[in-house]
Design a protein around this ligand. Structure first.
Ligand code: ADP
Length: 591
């Protein structure tokens, strides 16, 4: 079945002739026909509503009182599937708080985790945040030296970690003097035997026996709550310091129907790790709604993810494209289907068309393409369909679905030229994407990098994009990855997305190489699927007609494995280094 809405139990939209595209809205603050006020307003009057502090303890308390028996299913790092509830999470997080308090943790102290998505990990989040300490997620995919650098910069006092990461801990333990306590997220029986970690505790004994009474949330809503470092592909990593208020508002932003939009009847599988931009807020939005929560632990291969999707009847899930490539490959090999899954949010990097079509056309699962970044908590835009788009034919709908989506209420978005002038929302004019909102960073931790906002309070995302009259944003590149040819910009993302559509291609990357005539020209780098073959000419013929002539790569190079960074994205820095001496055949002709 081919469908535009993508939702199994919805009526199919009738394809109609495309309506005329609306005119681009006028930028705010331009002409206004409003009559000028003739008298000055009186002094402001305060509203008479309650001052209900926006602190995250409210989230888990809500889950405990309203959805206490709703299940949390974890694939434990030790192996077996563990079944617990939101009330279990609530009580154990309180014990975790008491363990931390007994261990001398004070408000504002940074408590780090190096951990997979499990219920113990979520307990440490609430246990830390609800007493006014700051939960700092560490990304285990970074090199040990980078992790040590980040711990030292954050001055973490405690580190909770999964035993899978014992080798990382051994490598860094003597290089991080601020850490007073290491806790392995396991029980006594599974504590690593041979370890040089001093006074190592296992999590179960650490929180076991602690009282369940504790004062939570007795601080201002602007109190720091979480810390996450950006990957630092340019310069040192920088810490984004979330507040309780920003996390609550981000949860509410995410819970809009056109955003994450889950509810109490959903079963949610956050495959996106909690250490990668807060699992896109799902550790808050699931308890806030009472969605059943399924946590994949350390296993994210196609078969393990399929097993959870199927056995737990998951209706909603979220992850980066790489994870879905593995799942789709598994489904193709086994002929299995996805009868329960309704909606999948894909983001972190652009969704290739073949993933979108496979989910929607072969498995009847609605794909929502999302864009965001650590600095935005991270949700920035989501590709739910508007009424006008749904009235159009399937191929037009697919084009809209491949865009990065629309900002939900709570995110302001503009595209500007290099001088800061706002560009029209015409679906063509590409420029710097800037954002503003209550869950967007206003500075980095310890003011790294200085002022990051423009004079109107907008944050420059470093992405290059255009906005269309329906509000859809499309990323054409990261500012630093864009290929500048003859004064124009070539989108590396577009070339890559078409190239991965070739049946022999596992992954593709386009980078700009210096060119004497054009400044830069694209080189396409290809990783082939195991056992497949394809030549330079095959690839160029395949792209011919799909992209503009002047975007055609000047050459194609093959590589065994395209390097990925710590959040699963193509590491262009490393590819630029590898191919810096590659001679484009067009250079000779130009000379
Ligand atoms: P990192 O810098 O570690 O990759 P982020 O997760 O914060 O961390 O990355 C944010 C960046 O990822 C965005 O600025 C954008 O360049 C890219 N990105 C995220 N989602 C998408 C998407 N759907 N399409 C294209 N690029 C995306």
């Amino acid at each position: 079945m081919v469908f535009g809405l993508g939702n199994k139990d919805k009526n199919k939209a009738q394809a109609k002739a495309a309506p005329a595209t609306p005119a681009a809205p006028v930028a705010p603050g331009v002409a206004s026909a409003m009559p000028k006020a003739t008298t000055l307003p009186r002094g402001p009057m305060s509203g008479l509503m309650q001052d209900w502090k926006l602190t995250v303890d409210k989230v888990i308390e809500h889950a405990h009182f309203n959805h206490g028996n709703r299940e949390i299913v974890t694939r434990t790092v030790e192996g077996p599937i563990l079944r617990s509830t939101y009330s279990d999470l609530y009580w154990r997080a309180r014990q975790c708080s008491n363990a931390l308090l007994a261990d001398g943790v004070q408000r504002g102290d940074r408590v780090a985790t190096l951990a997979w998505n499990t219920t113990r990990h979520i307990e440490t989040w609430y246990g830390t945040m609800c007493i006014g300490a700051v939960l700092h997620t560490l990304n285990p995919r970074l090199f040990p030296e980078q992790i040590a650098w980040i711990i030292n910069h954050a001055e973490d006092t405690h580190v909770f970690y999964d035993t899978t990461f014992q080798p990382i801990i051994e490598a860094i333990k003597d290089k991080v003097p601020s850490v007073r306590r290491w806790v392995a997220l396991t029980d006594k029986d599974h504590l690593p035997k041979t370890t040089g970690v001093k006074d190592l505790r296992d999590y179960e004994s650490y929180i076991g026996g602690q009282p369940k009474d504790v004062v939570w949330g007795d601080f201002d809503e602007q109190t720091a709550c979480g810390l996450c470092y950006t990957s630092g592909t340019t310069g040192d990593p920088k810490g984004v310091l979330y507040s309780h208020r920003s996390n609550i508002l981000h949860t509410m932003i995410g819970l809009q129907k056109d955003a994450i939009g889950i509810g109490a009847a959903d079963t949610t599988l956050p495959v996106v790790p909690m250490f990668h931009a807060n699992a896109w807020g799902l550790a808050f939005s699931c308890p806030a709604t009472g969605s059943k929560l399924v946590l994949p632990g350390a296993k994210m291969d196609g078969e393990s993810i399929y097993q959870l999707l199927d056995e737990e009847k998951v209706s909603f899930t979220a992850a980066v494209p790489t994870v879905w490539l593995m799942l789709l490959q598994y489904l193709e090999q086994t002929g299995k289907k996805l009868p329960h899954l309704k909606r999948v949010v894909i983001g972190g990097s652009a969704v290739p068309e073949r993933i979108l079509r496979a989910f929607e056309e072969n498995y009847e699962v609605e794909v929502v393409h999302a864009w965001g970044m650590t600095e935005m908590s991270p949700l920035g835009s989501l590709g739910s369909m508007t009424a006008n788009v749904l009235e159009q034919d399937r191929e037009t709908i697919v084009k809209y679905k491949l865009k990065q989506g629309r900002p939900p209420f709570g995110v302001e978005m503009r595209v500007t030229d290099d001088s800061g002038k706002e560009l029209p929302r015409d679906g063509k004019s590409s420029g710097r994407l800037i954002v503003r909102g209550p869950a967007v960073a206003k500075a980095y931790f310890k003011n790294a990098g200085g002022n990051i906002l423009d004079k109107e309070g907008f944050f420059d995302t470093g992405d290059v994009a255009h906005l269309d009259p329906y509000g859809y944003m499309q990323i054409t590149d990261r500012a630093k990855d864009v290929i500048k040819s003859g004064g124009e910009w070539i989108s590396s993302i577009d070339i890559e997305n078409f190239a991965v559509g070739h049946p022999a291609v596992a992954n593709a990357a386009a980078i700009g190489l210096p060119h004497p005539k054009w400044d830069e020209r694209p080189l396409l780098i290809i990783e082939l699927k195991p056992g497949e073959t394809a030549t330079r000419e095959d690839l160029l013929n395949y792209l011919n007609g799909k992209i503009a002539k002047w975007w055609m790569p000047d050459d194609v190079a093959f590589i065994e494995k395209i390097p990925l960074g710590a959040t699963g994205k193509i590491n262009k820095l490393s590819l630029r280094e590898t191919f810096k001496n590659h001679k484009l055949p067009t250079i000779q002709a130009a000379e």
